[in-house]
Design a protein around this ligand. Structure first.
Ligand code: GLU
Length: 303
């Protein structure tokens, strides 16, 4: 077996050899103009080493990867009460789909589809100002990554707000079913800012250590919550591409439309990958391939 550093270099070179980078998210103007031909991969191991290749110190918009942190914060605050409002089943539909919400009376399938994440953010607000709920999520991310150098890009949040008609529709639909405590604009404003958190792959891999239960990780998420979040990542973390990701990669993962993916090899490694172009599911195109190459080369799998 090659040392991990060589594997990462090979993956980096292989990604640059292929010419299909996918397409950056077009519905958020600030993300649409990001050049797709960029790549970074960071891997934190159980012994505390963090190995990298590519543009690993370049911040990118973590988008839906933030749903993992918001879920951890919400479970930490209200625990299992969340599950009275959100399910734990894969949806088989796209990240922003409204189809199941009608059939299932406003109870989103899981906390990773947009509707479920909006309800989770609404639950995290629990009587507080958006600023306080955002500070809690950002504070958790910073504690997990052991750095204060993680910020929200207000331009990205504003850009998504300006064009976020689909998410507005979801929030109003949730409200009509009594599954939103706050005004849709207030909850969505919080959600858009949470999605606009920027991190480098190095920071994201460091943040994932607590979910991977690595020894070097800060203990900010309980073992029980880490297990549950990993289970949801493998079943729901890539929307209607979750089955394919589990088949190709064999590990829990969460994608974002900024192109990032957080992948967890329990007790072995925390992995962050970023190329901005997406596949037709809205998951990172080259990132999914890179994750598959990594697990193929290392043999890491939960199966
Ligand atoms: N902020 C994005 C949205 O709500 C997140 C979607 C994603 O990253 O998958 O559409």
């Amino acid at each position: 077996m090659l040392p991990i550093e060589c594997i990462l270099r090979d993956i980096h070179d292989e990604v640059f050899r292929q010419d299909d980078w996918g397409v950056p998210a077009q519905y958020i103007p600030e993300l649409a103009t990001v050049s797709p031909e960029q790549f970074a991969i960071s891997v934190c191991l159980a012994d505390g080493q963090c190995l990298t290749a590519g543009a690993v110190d370049k911040p990118f918009s973590i988008q839906s990867v933030s749903k993992v942190f918001a879920l951890a914060a919400t479970l930490g605050r209200i625990g299992d009460q969340l599950w009275s409002r959100v399910g734990r089943e894969p949806s088989g539909t796209s990240f922003d789909s409204v189809v199941l919400l009608e059939r299932e009376k406003g109870r989103p399938r899981n906390p990773f589809v947009n509707a479920g994440a909006i309800v989770t953010t609404d639950a995290l607000l629990s009587g507080r100002e958006p600023k306080q709920a955002l500070a809690e999520t950002l504070g958790l991310v910073r504690a997990m990554a052991e750095t204060e150098d993680v910020f929200i890009n207000a331009n990205v949040a504003a850009s998504e707000k300006a064009t976020g008609a689909r998410n507005k529709a979801l929030a109003h639909y949730l409200q009509s079913h009594g599954n939103l405590q706050y005004d849709p604009d207030l909850t969505l404003g919080t959600y858009f800012h949470q999605c606009a958190i920027e991190m480098t792959t190095r920071q994201l891999a460091l943040a994932g250590r607590s979910l991977a239960r690595l020894e070097a990780a800060p203990s900010v998420i309980s073992r029980a919550h880490a297990r549950r979040i990993n289970a949801l990542m493998i079943t729901c973390g890539h929307y209607d591409g979750s089955g394919e990701f589990a088949y190709q990669v064999g590990l829990p993962g969460k994608s974002g439309v900024g192109g990032g993916i957080l992948v967890i090899a329990p007790r072995v490694a925390s992995i962050a990958i970023w190329p901005p172009g997406l596949n037709h599911y809205g998951n990172s195109h080259a990132g999914t391939r890179a994750a598959a190459m990594l697990t193929q080369a290392t043999g890491w799998s939960v199966f």
